[in-house]
Design a binder for this molecule. Structure first.
Ligand code: XUL
Ligand code: CO
Length: 439
């Protein structure tokens, strides 16, 4: 059975007028010594692609999918697996990401839920073997059920903490079973609405306890995937504990967890935190914790997590620039935590959206590589900071001087003239590279 009326998508180049083709993503093309496929490690998000039906706070579903035709929830879950793999195969997407709740319907209790997960995992494994598609990461949905109303690891209710731990345990086991290369912790409802009723100290200690248990359990079962924390500043709670990269880093340092975790940076979460996507990737890079990316974009006019497909070439260029400087994504990838708009309700829109996202990142990769090859920003920055290469600057870097020596220096030398930061010139050069990279 086929769910999509679309042929396999292939590369036709920037001049192609065929909407069902890649204009920039050419999987086997070599960029800076690696194929585009290796650089990008694209992944499909199971939740936005297979289970999202277009609901918003004002209206119900608009997307009536051919894989949702049955009322039997387990049958539906199996159909979704087949649709997922047909889609990824046709899209040349090598990885997928999932929450436990995306792949199998919840049972009446934990035991039945886990049995259902096992059944669907077996079907997924068959499809993975058939297609060669792999699992980038798994995670648990410990935020949707009413039991998680006050959080999971940060709930005021210890039995909810225990339930969340049990759910994570199972999700880690199935991620291992599927060969998942990472395991993600996004803070779901780990945050607060008001300090009038919240013990933030205890809640954060408990969150660290939960993560420590996950690290211990991974060792116990031999799960070697990379643990990732995904920062987000707000939504669903008013104040999420994993606000941004800097906040997560200080949490990991305080609880001595830095060796066991890296970060999964989502573009729309960065902008909600008042940062650019590039800023968050940059902070991960300089701290050696860049793990993976949730690729999407927000809308500057809307203050919430719109999870749109990334089509802004400036953002993807600067993101790929940071990723290349970081030495690549390692075990991570570019997971499209992106959903089609409510009005883009046809199955074809899934293809067209993923093509847009993959092409925008591939285009960005080529621009970033060209910028790096020509050392455009590197040479400019080297000149900008040249005063630290010699004289008093070098003494500062080498730790040879303190306040007294610097005072003596300032008294006898004053300061040299500052030079322009040339921001507009650099922005214009960036435009030039974006426009000309395919010529
Ligand atoms: C929510 C979000 C999640 C995580 C995984 O904003 O990004 O889908 O990526 O739980
Ligand atoms: Co995400």
């Amino acid at each position: 059975m086929s769910y999509f009326n679309v042929e396999k998508i292939s590369y036709e180049g920037p001049k192609s007028k065929n909407p069902f083709s890649f204009k920039y993503y050419n999987p086997d093309e070599i960029v800076l010594g690696k194929t585009m496929k290796e650089h990008c490690r694209f992944a499909m998000s199971y939740w936005h692609t297979l289970t999202y039906m277009g609901n918003d706070p004002f209206g119900g579903p608009t997307m009536f999918r051919p894989w949702d035709n049955t009322n039997d929830t387990m049958e539906k879950a199996i159909e979704r697996v087949h649709a997922a793999f047909e889609f990824m195969d046709k899209m040349q997407i090598p990885f997928f990401c999932f929450h436990d709740a995306d792949i199998a319907p919840r049972g009446k209790d934990l035991k039945e839920t886990n049995e259902r997960l096992d059944k669907i995992v077996a079907v997924i494994k068959e499809e993975m073997n058939r297609t060669g598609i792999k699992c980038l990461w798994g995670t648990t949905n410990a935020f949707g059920d009413d039991k998680f109303v006050h959080g999971a690891g940060t709930s005021c209710n210890a039995t909810v903490f225990a339930y969340a731990a049990a759910q994570i345990k199972k999700a880690m086991e199935i991620t291992k079973e599927l060969g998942g290369e990472n395991y993600v912790f996004w803070g779901g409802r780990e945050g607060y609405e008001t300090l009038l009723n919240t013990d933030t100290g205890l809640e954060l200690d408990n969150l660290a306890r939960l993560l420590k248990m996950a690290v211990d359990y991974a060792k116990e079962i031999g799960f070697t995937g990379q643990f990732l924390i995904e920062p987000k500043p707000m939504e669903p709670t008013k104040h999420q504990y994993d606000f941004d990269t800097a906040t997560v880093l200080s949490f990991l340092r305080k609880y001595d967890l830095l060796d066991s975790f890296k970060l999964n940076i989502e573009a729309n979460h960065a902008t909600l935190a008042g940062h650019t996507f590039q800023h968050e990737l940059n902070q991960c890079r300089i701290n050696g914790v860049l793990g993976s990316v949730d690729a999407n974009q927000g809308d500057p006019m809307l203050g919430w997590d719109t999870d749109q497909f990334p089509t802004n070439i400036y953002d993807t260029t600067l993101a790929m620039y940071e990723i290349l400087l970081a030495g690549g994504l390692g075990k991570g990838g570019l997971n499209f935590d992106s959903k089609v708009r409510r009005g883009s309700f046809e199955e074809d829109d899934l293809f067209l959206s993923y093509i847009a996202g993959m092409d925008t990142f591939a285009h960005g990769l080529k621009v970033a590589a060209a910028l790096l090859e020509d050392r455009v920003l590197e040479d400019f920055k080297a000149r900008r900071y040249a005063s630290y290469q010699e004289g008093i600057g070098k003494d500062i870097i080498d730790g040879k001087v303190g306040f007294k020596e610097l005072e003596a220096f300032a008294l006898s030398n004053g300061v040299t003239k500052n030079t322009s930061g040339r921001q507009e010139m650099l922005e214009s050069i960036l435009n030039q590279y974006i426009a000309n990279v395919n010529e």
